[in-house]
Design a protein around this ligand. Sequence first.
Ligand code: SF4
Length: 699
Amino acid sequence: LTPAERVERWTTSTCQFCATGCGLQIGTTAGEPVMVRGNPDHPVNQGLLCQKSLHQAEVVRAEGRLGDPQLRDADGELSAVGWDRAFDELVGRLRAVIDEHGPQAVAIYNTGQLLQEEFYTLSKLARGAIKTPNLDGNPRLCMASAVTGYQRSFGSDGPPNAYADLAETDLVYLTGANLHEAHPILGGRLMARLQEGGCKLIVADPRAVQFTRLADLYLPIRPGTDVALLNAMQHVVIRDGLVDRAYLDAHTTGYDEVAALVADWTPQRAAEVCGVPAADIETAGRWFGEANATTSLWTMGINQQTQGVAAVNQMCNLHLMTGQVGRPGAGPFSLTGQPSSMDFRQAGGGGSLPGYRSLAKPEHRQQIADAWGIELEDLPEAPVAAHRIWEGIEAGDIRFLWVIGTNPAVTFPDTRWATEVLRNVETLVVQDVFETETTELADLVLPAAMWGEKAGTFTNSERRVNVLRQAVQPYGRARSDFDIFVEVGRRLGFAEMFPFATTEDAFDEFKALTEGRPCDLRGITYDRLEAEHGLQWPVPDTASPGTPRLYTEGRFNTEDGRAVLHAMDYVPPLEAPDASYPFWLNTGRVQEHWHTMTKTGRMPSVLKRSPENYVEVNPDDARRLGIRSGDRVRLRSRRGQMEVPARVTAKVAPGSLFVPMHFGPKFGSRPVNDLTGRFFDELSFQPALKHTAAALELL
Ligand code: SF4
């Protein structure tokens, strides 16, 4: 029998990799996962799946799964304990730290991969029960600049577009996004539009990604110069009279300041900064201004730089000054990385309160305090960014760190420093589904149920809430993150705050709190999500079909309803190549892998296609240094070094290098983040992982 013929039951779910949010079904036999297939009726992927998704069934029971809680004993060894002992230990140590040092000595660092309901429950636990200000997660490393950018331009977070806009756009501005590798199904939708001749494509990227070959115009910009390029494009739009004055007057503020700033950003001036011919910048600006409907697509290449927010705001400026927001085929579309980073953002998993409420707004804090029955003073007035948590541990102010579903020993910038900090925290609890470089450092390891073993919702990049039904029982004695949070809350003495029997109970409580908020979910039930293949928020009532596009009336979520154009000048990256470190080192993704390969490294079908780390080197640099493909080379930065085989390719420009971000010691390589630095966007506190000064030598 083929695997499909052996399947006894198909269960509705959503892909666990990437925020494209493809609908799928998990096939099981005798309670075990056998295969995965795309849901042909799901509007996101219409039955298609990319390679990591197709092979997901391989990983659910793979070697290295954590099946028992583990506690570090007096000899320094981790050994299995029961859940009772694990909870006693966790709650006992939490209480001791809070009693002696206060709740600000506790920190929780989570992920963009929990279920929406788990984020809401965790938010309640962290803010309402533990009362710590220190709650953040790895979305800080990937989406924080987009979040802050949207908030500043439109008054609230949340991409305004729908994937369906790709079928209606006449120009795509693709920048800092490698769709073919990181969002393959979405890449296929763009490919289809290009093949039917429906739109032009501009690609602005320092690296020649796959879509560069299909571009009508390629702008190979120097790393970290997007703001200069975007200011010059605005200059061209204004100079050539392509501004939509009626839209600006009716729906925006801030245009005059922007016009004054970009008056000096001629294409010639930007060309010197960006390394792109002035004529091409002219063309890009004109095409943008003349288009009826432009969609801008971006992800980490824009967000992970010291001017990430400024770049997002300049893209929003371009859309606003040409009236290309809230119309079919038009708008600035930030592609989210992780499957539930949107839920982290909207359900309060990090620096915000549930329902996109801001810690900085007293009325928002009051609404949550009232709903949860806590004191207003229990809620902090400002978020604490991830790197501040690490600095707090280093300073001795934070003594208890709970890491959930992420592997900072591979992903945090300046990893050697970050790992040393983890070694030194008084108590490190790590909750995950597999053994990782971070679980190895833990005092207490909590085994979590994974995708397929639990039920809940994910929200994708186009604000579509999708449902995941439970297909199989958790591995060993693993428990869902939701169960763990509820149990800890109850054992801390807050049973009344955690009355939930199921994740849908938590969803119902959360959705009631979204009334009047941009992410209104009140019309959603799990059954509707399954029957209608997800719904795009806002969904204010059960009759609502969802909302594919935001701001269609030109009314934004600011106090006065107007979008804000921001004048922001170009500032060079904080670290740039010099005589000692002459290369730009860029990091990114490959299609086969997901994050630190915790899962994909255990999927034989994809691992064999991408088994080892590498560095891409331009042929000119390779010739000069005597490097051929396959030679082992050493990369160095001011913070660390690594040895990998070289791949000589013109994908990277002369003077540039590229290394995937996935590989760590468990998969045969030092993490590339040993080399990246602690440089941050000053508005979003997102690290600038895309541009590091590095040296390269043949071994
Ligand atoms: Fe999964 Fe993303 Fe691939 Fe879709 S594009 S199948 S969500 S990894």
